[in-house]
Design a protein around this ligand. Sequence first.
Ligand code: MN
Length: 251
Amino acid sequence: MQKPIIGVTPDFNPGTRKDMGGKEPTYFLRARYLQAIQETGGVPIVLPLVKGQGHHRQLLKRIDGLLVTGSGWDLAPELYGERQQFTFQRMSEERAQLELGLSRLAFSLKVPTLGICGGMQSMNVALGGTLIQDIPSQVHTRLQHSPKKSATKMAHAIRIEPKSSLCRIAKKQTIQVNSSHHQSVKAVPDIFQVTATTSDGVIEAFEAESHPFWVGVQWHPEFLYRKYPIQKRLFSAFIRAAKQYGSQKGN
Ligand code: MN
C-alpha cells in the first residue's frame, strides 16, 4: 500500500484576528504538524473547513487517519454545556464545527485519530466530554502547564496507565512532556479511558479501547519527536494504524 493520507485540521481566522491575516480570512497551521506526519511515513493534507455531516463524511472517506491539531483558541464552553467563566478567546465556529464533526464521525467509523493539545479537547467535547476552562483558576496546582519557555523544552512529568496503548508506545510509566495549555479535559465520556495524568490530577492523555487508534495527548509531541524517540513512536504508531485502516478499506 502507498503511504497513508493523514487529514490535518487547520486553525482559521474568519477575518477578526489581528495576529493572522487581519481582515482577510486565513487558514493557519504550524508546519511542525505536517513535518511530523511526513517524517514518520504519512502524507499530510490540510483539510478545508467545510460544514455539514455529508461534507465531513466525504472528507473522511478520502483519508486514512485524522490529526486534530491544537495551537489555537478555545472551544466555546456552550458546546459542553457550560457558560464561559474566564477571559479567553473563542475558536472560530468554522474550525470548531469541522473538528467536532470529523471527530464524531472518525470515532464511529473507526478512522485512526490523534488529537494534540486543543485537538484532544475537541475529540473529548465531540463525544460528550467536558473541559476545565482555566487551569490556574480551577485547579490547585504548583505545576506550570503553560510555562513561559519554548515548547521544545520539557515542562512536567506525566504518569501513564500501565495497561494502555500509550504505555506500550512509551515503554515507561513516567515520562517528561512539554506543556502549553491553560485548559484541559475535565470529564471524559464512558467510552474513553484516561491514560495519563499529572500529579495535580490534570488529564494529559486518553484513548478508547473499542477503537483501533483513538489517542488524545495534552502535550505537543510535534515539538519533541526529532529529539525524543518516545514522541516519535507516538506518531509512528498513529501512521501504522492509518496504514492498516487504509489497506482494509481498499486503497
Ligand atoms: Mn500539561
